[in-house]
Every structure is written in C-alpha cells, then in structure tokens.
Design a protein around this ligand. Structure first.
Ligand SMILES: Cc1ncc(C[n+]2csc(CCOP(=O)(O)OP(=O)(O)O)c2C)c(N)n1
Ligand SMILES: [Mg+2]
Length: 555
C-alpha cells in the first residue's frame, strides 16, 4: 500500500517511469511517507544512511556506476542543507542526484514551527532545477505536480546531466497508507538535441498513421517561418494546420480559428488524435480551451530550447528541434498521401466562416477601420504591428500577412514604442494599429528623436478598454465603465502636434475613408496618425456579429 498523499504517489510513479532504481533514504518523520513509498515500490531499492552529508556522497558514489540517477531523500529543515556539499560535487561532475526533501506546507514556513526553513530554493546555484510540488486538491494541482516532476527530471537528464531538487510539502496527518496502486502518470518523453532527426522521423511516421492529425504553430519569428514555408504548404494539403497571423508568414487570409470554434460548438469530432505544436503562444483562448479537452493521445511539443510549455495541459513528448526541421520531416513522410478526411471536415467549417467574413460589411466601427486599412494598404510594401487587446484580434481577423505583436506577456505598455523602433530600422512603411489606452499609456514612444516618416499609426479610440465589454458578467459590475474600462475623453491631437506627427481624425465613414487614404500615402515626409473615434458598444456588436454569425453564444 502506498501513501495517501497524492503528490508523493505522482512523484514515485514518475521516478519509476524515468528509470530511477536506487534511493538513499535518511531518517525523519516529515519524509517518512516518501521513504515508505520508495520502500514499497518494487522497482526501487532503498539504502538507509543517517548522516545526510555522508548520505549525499554515498548516493553520488552510486550515481557514478553506469551514470545512473539516484534519489537522496531527506526530511525538512537543516537535513536538506546537509546534502549541499554532495550536491555541489554532483553539479560539477554532471551526476543525476535527485534530491527529494519533505517540507511543511508553505503557510507554515517562518512561523516558529519546528524543523523548517525556506527550502524551495535552498540549493539554488548547485542544482539544474528546483521545484516545489503542490499538494493535490483538484485536477489542476495534479497536472501541475506531474508537470513539475517531469520538468525536474528532464533537467536532470538534459545535456550532460546534473542534480535537481524536488521539494515536497506534506500536510499532516503524515501517515495513511491506503492507496493500493501508484497512479499511471504521464511521462513527458524528452527528445533532446538540435537536430533530433531520428525521433522526428518516428514521430512523423506515427503522425501519418493518425486519423485526425493536427499541426499547430504559435507565435514565431518570420525568419524562422520562412525556412519552413514550402514544407508547411505541403502539410496544409494533407491535414489541418492552425496558425494565427503571428505564426504565419504566408500571404493568405486568416484561418479564422475563433470563428471556426464558435461554429463547431465544441463538437468532439473535431478533436485531434495527434498534435504537433511548434512556436510559442496563441491569442485564441477558445483554441486553448478546446484543445485542453484532448486526452490520452500524442501531443508533441517542439521547440529549439527543449522547453516544457504544456499549453493544453496534455503534452506527452518534448522534442528539441527547429520548426523547419520538424516540418521538413513531417512533409517528407506525408508526401503523396491523400488528404485526411479530417482536413476536409475542417475545410467545410472554414468555408462557411470565410463566407461570413467576406460578406460582412461592418458599419462604421473599429472593424471597419482595420478592414479598410488592409484594403487600402494592399499594394504597399509594409509591415504591421498590432497592439494587444482588440487590435490584435482585429488584425488576426483581417490581415493576410504576418503581424508583429508583443504577445510574450501581452503588455499594453510598449506596443507603440516597439513599432517606432521597428520603423526606425526599415525603409518601408510600418503600420501600427493600437487601441486608445495602449496608445496613451505609451505616448512617450513619440517623444523620441528617432521617429521616422515611414511610421503610420491607426489609433482605434473607443474611449476606454473595449475588450472588457466582451467579458461576460462584467457588465453587471458598477465599476465596469469608469474603473475597469477606464473610460476617458482624451484625444491624440495635441500629442501629435507636439511631436511633429501629422494628425487625421475620423468620426464617420467618409472621414475614415479619407483618413485611410492619407495614412496609406507613403510618400509623406512625416510620420502620420489617424485617430478613429468609435462607440465601444457598436464595436462590440459588430465584432460579435462577425465572430458568432447566427450562433447565440456571447464571447
Ligand atoms: C501593462 C498592462 N497593464 C494592463 C493590462 C490589462 N489590459 C489588457 S487590455 C487593456 C485595455 C486596453 O485598452 P485599449 O488599448 O483602449 O484597447 P481596447 O480594449 O479598447 O481594444 C488592459 C488595461 C495589460 N495588458 N498590460
Ligand atoms: Mg480602447
């Protein structure tokens, strides 16, 4: 029987699947349930050593035989500090010493409880990674615990290998041993190496066998996408590839991911049975929620850093490789194959959404402004920067080219400055589409001697944070308008005059058309700004109509 503390059982199960077979255990009460599990586990042999300092070196000696990973398990408090000399030695010898310390729950630290000290980072600098596991109360805790153990073990194995620290808070009662079996835990299989072709070929062969294979490409540098373009186009002939405009450098209309997901209303038939995910983030929250429902199928995450980004909370493998290599291998394996029926299924939904977007002629609104910008700028050599909030969502809807956006942490504070910097480094037009709060926040972007005449700003001024009107339930709050949307009446005219930026304003359809014509005249000597004043509610209505069509759902 195993401990009735789930975090200990998850840890034990993963140690076994990662091939750990030896554990050096030191006496203590807080770590007793962990020692109990290691002892109960038929795959692991325990070795008792009382002095933690010596136990650490004893474990190091075991690591040296055939370069295996060995656990050293200690109780809370100074017991952990006593393994530091052995851990430091293991660090420089690249030995896989897995330090497991028992701890009290975080709320009890520094509260004059016995035998406690701040443990999570106690070995910082001499371990490759430290994690502190959560105690498990729900599915999210379980996923988090599993992920942290996998992450720590990936680091122990990565490169030349090295020690890692797994801290395990355990709330009393400590001793209950009524769990019959260890849980079957997801192991994230790590395929290391810049050009990990063999693993990729195996993955590609399994991908080919899948009935509903899906490729996902999150935000990527355009240069990295360029390297993969031809293979990507080939893969698109075979199966569904979902990428937003921040992960797509091919000139083509938007994939309309949000619109398609609204259309299929979460229908399980559209869930993939094999995912290969390259690149970073997606803007679409719906996509993340939809794909979190995928369970027990291969979910392969590929990035050059070999970093665990478990976006959908279900990754099964991590491949350290470039997107270009991955797409090239996937494409070579599926070449000559018939398109999957799964692709056709998605294409039908796409056609319906695309029709809706093409046919919808929005009334005067932010939508009309962004749609108009793309229509007017079609023939111009230019790049697009979109700010966060609704701007990037409108860009995703209407752009047929790559868009830059600060999506690393989604801040609104530097979108304009980033575009200004970008414009200073190229000799063609740079359009920056930005909401009012983001613009006024970052107005110092224009107080800059390096402002260049190729900068074109489309300021979508809806007098506040319009995105918050799309949040269901927030309208009920009395604070919504003034305090959350931060409603205001500021305009950009004065800022533009002060900074030698040509200023145009639009309050209706005619002025919008004229303003866009001006903005797209790229011969001008000065940077330009077109401020489009719209009504937040009208913007929201138009957006909802486009995304939802005749579906009733809001947001
Ligand atoms: C630095 C920072 N502060 C706060 C936020 C939270 N935030 C996200 S969107 C948003 C409103 C942006 O308003 P606006 O630029 O006018 O765009 P709109 O919502 O009207 O499209 C805010 C405050 C953030 N992303 N970054
Ligand atoms: Mg706004």
């Amino acid at each position: 029987m195993y401990s009735n503390h789930d975090n200990i059982n998850i840890l034990t199960s993963l140690l076994v699947s990662w091939g750990v077979r030896q554990a050096v255990v030191c006496p203590g009460s807080r770590n007793a349930p962990i020692v109990h599990n290691l002892y109960e586990c038929p795959d692991i042999e325990c070795f008792a050593v009382t002095d933690e300092r010596s136990a650490g070196f004893f474990a190091l000696g075991q690591c040296q035989v055939e370069d295996v990973a060995v656990v050293i398990c200690v109780t809370s408090g100074s017991a952990l500090l006593n393994v530091a000399p052995a851990v430091a030695e293991a660090y420089y010898q690249h030995r896989r010493l897995i330090v497991i310390s028992a701890d009290r729950p975080a709320c009890m630290i520094d509260q004059l409880q016995g035998q406690t000290l701040p443990q999570p980072d106690a070995l910082r600098g001499i371990v490759k990674k430290s994690v502190s596991l959560p105690e498990i109360h729900d599915g999210t805790d379980h996923w988090y615990c599993n992920r942290l153990v996998n992450e720590a073990l990936i680091e122990a194995w990565r490169g030349e290998g090295g020690p890692v620290h797994i801290n395990v808070p355990i709330t009393e009662p400590l001793f209950g041993f009524d769990v019959e079996q260890l849980p079957a835990e997801r192991e994230i299989v790590f395929h290391e190496g810049e050009s990990n072709f063999q693993s990729l070929i195996e993955i590609a062969n399994d991908f080919k066998k899948a009935k509903r294979p899906m490729i996902l490409i999150g935000q990527m540098k355009p240069e990295d996408l360029d390297d993969a373009t031809e293979d990507l186009l080939q893969l698109e002939q075979y199966t569904i590839v979902l990428n937003e405009k921040l992960g797509n450098n091919v000139e083509m209309p938007s994939k309309l991911i949000d619109e398609m997901l609204v259309e299929i209303e979460g229908d399980e038939d559209y869930l993939p049975d094999f995912i290969v995910y390259m690149g970073d983030t997606f803007v679409s929250k719906r996509l993340k929620a939809f794909l979190q429902r995928v369970k027990n199928v291969p979910v392969v995450i590929v990035n050059r850093d070999g970093a665990v980004h478990d976006v959908f909370m279900n990754m099964t493998a991590l491949v350290q490789a470039s997107a270009a290599d991955t797409m090239s291998i996937l494409a070579s394996v599926v070449t000559g194959q018939k398109p999957t029926a799964y692709l056709q299924q998605w294409q039908q939904v796409y056609e319906k959404c695309a029709q809706r977007v093409i046919l919808y002629d929005p009334p005067y609104s932010q939508l009309a402004a962004v749609r108009g910008l793309f229509a007017f700028s079609r023939e111009i050599e230019c790049d697009f920067h979109f700010a966060n909030s609704m701007a990037v969502r409108l860009g995703e809807l209407y752009s047929d080219q790559y868009i830059f956006v600060n999506r690393g942490v989604n801040g609104i504070e530097g979108c304009l400055s980033t575009a200004v910097g970008y414009a200073s480094a190229v000799d063609y037009a740079v359009f920056c589409v930005i909401g009012d709060l983001s613009f006024f926040y970052d107005q110092n972007a224009l107080w800059n001697n390096n402002l260049t005449s190729n900068l074109r700003i489309l300021l979508l001024n809806n007098s506040g944070g319009g995105i918050f009107s799309t949040l269901p339930g927030l309208k009920e709050s009395g604070a919504a308008h003034d305090y959350i949307q931060a409603a205001h009446k500021t305009t950009a005219e004065g800022i533009c005059i002060e900074n030698n930026v040509l200023y145009y304003a639009a309050h209706n359809e005619e002025e919008l058309t004229e303003g866009l014509q001006q903005l797209c005249d790229t011969e001008g000597m000065y940077p330009m700004l077109l401020e489009v004043f719209t009504d937040m509610e009208e913007d929201e209505k138009a957006f909802t109509k486009l995304v939802h069509g005749d579906k009733k759902e809001v947001n």
